[in-house]
Write a protein that binds this ligand. Structure first.
Ligand SMILES: Cc1cc2nc3c(=O)[nH]c(=O)nc-3n(C[C@H](O)[C@H](O)[C@H](O)COP(=O)(O)O)c2cc1C
Length: 328
């Protein structure tokens, strides 16, 4: 399939694996890229720019296809060494960067100057337009159903994608709730040039996370996510568990007086315990409503091939068949 995104990124299929904390290691990024999509290493999961450089080199040993690095700008007390991470990306010859969180304006000149394609992930049309105006090459539009940070506007993809298509000139991918060929065709129909998946890629053979995380996603339904940190205007969609129930209880108790310190135990530093050790109640971890559509743990190649085959069948079979159907 050829879209503006496959052309821009030099990939075979219009499918991107979004950056994911403690999931987006070289193994997953390489597997997605080898399967014809775009794999992405999560920059800040690597503790230092030197560690990121090593991870990029490991990924390059596992694939000769293009892959990217995610740079997330989140509110933190002490800012990570962003210039150092950017240097590791440039020295590693990484062709694509996915930015997220705050406006990426500060890192754009140096990335663009080096020919790196920048895809900014955002949750509203106004932020997508801002990304376009500052020179991003593409955007990833994250609907309300997404795993991770859906923003504060709560607009689901059925509305957000056609709105983005009406306003944007640069290519964009649909992110949030994407799982299969139906998602891809629907997103293309609404004007997107491809899809970005997070949660779906965690439940794959190559995702280097504990088996219990994959099993939890397969076992979950679309009703098993919760929104946390809304009172802090840092909303995150997470999988429900004992820690999340405690966190929500604190939010109810403290209301507008809630401070980050009140929930630090449930959210700070919990990812390695969950993703690596499989301690499933250690804290809140991002997960999308799309868990309800995930029933197996294929390889990345099986998953991507299946999505593309389903999409072709829907377009050439079901939809074309509807147009061609003779009127009785
Ligand atoms: C476990 C997990 C961790 C994530 N970590 C990040 C992150 O560090 N930076 C980022 O930009 N997005 C992060 N995301 C968001 C994904 O890149 C992607 O936008 C989102 O998962 C799409 O929604 P979906 O899960 O419905 O596919 C994370 C998502 C998950 C599920």
């Amino acid at each position: 399939m050829r879209t503006r995104i496959t052309e821009l990124l030099g990939i075979e299929h219009p499918i991107i694996q979004g950056g994911m904390h403690y999931v987006g290691f070289a193994e997953l990024a390489a597997a997605v890229s080898n399967a014809g999509g775009l794999g992405i290493i999560t920059g800040l999961t690597q503790r230092t720019p030197e560690d990121l450089a090593t991870e990029i080199a490991r990924c390059r040993e596992m694939t000769d296809k293009p892959f990217g690095v995610n740079l997330t700008f989140l509110p933190t007390v002490t800012a990570p060494d962003y210039p150092g991470y950017v240097r590791a990306i440039l020295e590693g010859g990484v062709p694509v960067v996915e930015t997220a969180g705050r406006n990426p304006e500060a890192v754009l000149p140096v990335l663009k100057g080096a020919g790196v394609k920048v895809i900014h992930k955002c949750t509203s049309v106004r932020h997508a337009l801002k990304a376009q105006s500052i020179g991003c090459d593409a955007v990833s539009v994250d609907g309300f159903e997404c795993g991770g940070h859906p923003g504060e506007d709560d607009v689901p993809n059925m509305i957000l994608l056609p709105r983005a298509a009406d306003e944007l000139e640069i290519p964009f991918v649909a992110s949030g709730g994407q799982a299969d060929g139906r998602s891809l065709v629907a997103s293309l129909a609404m004007g997107a040039d491809g899809i970005n998946m997070g949660t779906r890629f965690i439940a794959t053979q190559e995702a280097p996370v504990h088996q219990r995380v994959k099993d939890a996603i397969v076992a979950a339904s679309e009703l098993d996510t919760r929104l946390v940190m809304r009172p802090l205007r840092n909303t995150e969609r997470v999988m429900v568990n004992a820690a999340v129930e405690q966190l929500l209880e604190k939010e109810r108790e403290l209301g507008a007086n809630l401070a980050f310190e009140d929930i630090i135990e449930q959210v700070a530093g919990v990812y390695p315990r969950i993703m690596i050790e499989g301690d499933m109640d250690a804290g809140a971890w991002s997960c999308g409503m799309v868990a309800g559509l995930i029933h197996d743990i294929p390889t990345c190649k099986e998953l991507i091939d299946r999505i593309m085959a389903e999409a072709e069948e829907i377009i050439c079979g079901r939809l074309t068949g509807m147009l061609a159907a003779p009127v009785a």
